[in-house]
Design a protein around this ligand. Structure first.
Ligand code: ATP
Ligand code: MG
Length: 219
C-alpha cells in the first residue's frame, strides 16, 4: 500500500519537483506512472523507498510513515520493496545466479534456502537455464529479466520499476511487461514509470500522469 498526501519535494530551495502530490496505490494494484522527461517520476519512486527525502506532506508505504521513519527501520522498508531500473544495475563479475542471490546473502539466508528461492525467481522470469552465465553474455532483455528476478527474490509486496523497458526494443518490452503483469497477478503491487506509449496502449492499466511535479489521472 502506497499513500501520498500533499507531498512536496524540492532539491533546490523554492523549486518544487513534486507539488502537492496526493495519490493512493492499493495493495495488489498495477499502475503506470507517466509524464515527460523531468516531470518527477524517478523522484517520486525514490521517495517510496526512502532513497530521497521530501520537503512536506506525508508518505505512507507498507505502514511506515516515511516522514518520521526511524533510521533502523529503513532496511525493513526496503526489504518489502523490489526495485528495477532502466540500466539493470547488474554486477558483471557475478553469475546470473549470484546476482539474484545477493539480497538473500546479505540477509543471511541459508544455502539451501537461497538455492530454492533463486531458482524460483529465475523460473518466474523464464531464465533458470542461464543461471551460470554472466550478465555481459546476455541480451538486454535477458539482463532486465535477471534484474526483475533479483527484485522479486525476497517476495516484496511492492515492485517499483523505473523505465524498465527504456533500453529494449518493442518485442522485448512486451515480454518484460508480461512478466511484471504475472508478478502483479500473484499479488505484488506494481508501479511502473514509463515513457512508452505503445506499452500504455497495449496494457490497459491505471495511468497516473505527472507533469511538472503535479499528478492527475485521466477519467
Ligand atoms: N539529485 C538532484 N538534484 C537536483 N535536481 C534534481 C535531482 N534529481 C532530479 N532533479 C530534478 O528534478 C526534476 C525531476 O527529475 P526526475 O528525475 O524525477 O524526472 P523524471 O520524470 O524521472 O525524468 P525522466 O523521464 O527523464 O527520467 C528534474 O528537473 C531534475 O533535473
Ligand atoms: Mg526518470
Amino acid at each position: 500500500m502506497i499513500q501520498l498526501y500533499h507531498v512536496y519535494k524540492s532539491y533546490l530551495k523554492g523549486v518544487h519537483v513534486l507539488e502537492d502530490v496526493s495519490l493512493t496505490v492499493s495493495r495488489g494494484e498495477f499502475a503506470f506512472l507517466v509524464g515527460p522527461s523531468g516531470a518527477g517520476k524517478t523522484t517520486l519512486l525514490k521517495l517510496l523507498f526512502s532513497a530521497e527525502s521530501f520537503t512536506d506532506g506525508q508518505v505512507i508505504v507498507n505502514n511506515y510513515n516515511l516522514a518520521n521513519i526511524r533510521h533502523k527501520n529503513i532496511p525493513y522498508l526496503r526489504r518489502s520493496i523490489g526495485v528495477v531500473f532502466q540500466d539493470f544495475k547488474l554486477l558483471n563479475n557475478r553469475s546470473v545466479f549470484d546476482n539474484v542471490a545477493i539480497t538473500l546473502e546479505i540477509l543471511g539466508a541459508g544455502k539451501n534456502d537461497i538455492r530454492r528461492r533463486v531458482t524460483k525467481a529465475l523460473k518466474q522470469v523464464g531464465l533458470q537455464y542461464l543461471e551460470d552465465k554472466y550478465p555481459l553474455e546476455l541480451s538486454g532483455g535477458e539482463q532486465q529479466r535477471v534484474a526483475i528476478a533479483r527484485a522479486v527474490v525476497n517476495n516484496p509486496s511492492i515492485l517499483l520499476a523505473d523505465e524498465p523497458t527504456g533500453n529494449l526494443d518493442p518485442d522485448l518490452s512486451v515480454e518484460i511487461m508480461n512478466i511484471l503483469n504475472d508478478i502483479n497477478a500473484m499479488g505484488t503491487t506494481v508501479l511502473v514509470a514509463t515513457h512508452d506509449k505503445y506499452l500504455l496502449g497495449k496494457f490497459e492499466k491505471r495511468t497516473i500522469m505527472i507533469n511538472k511535479g503535479r499528478v492527475s489521472e485521466p477519467i
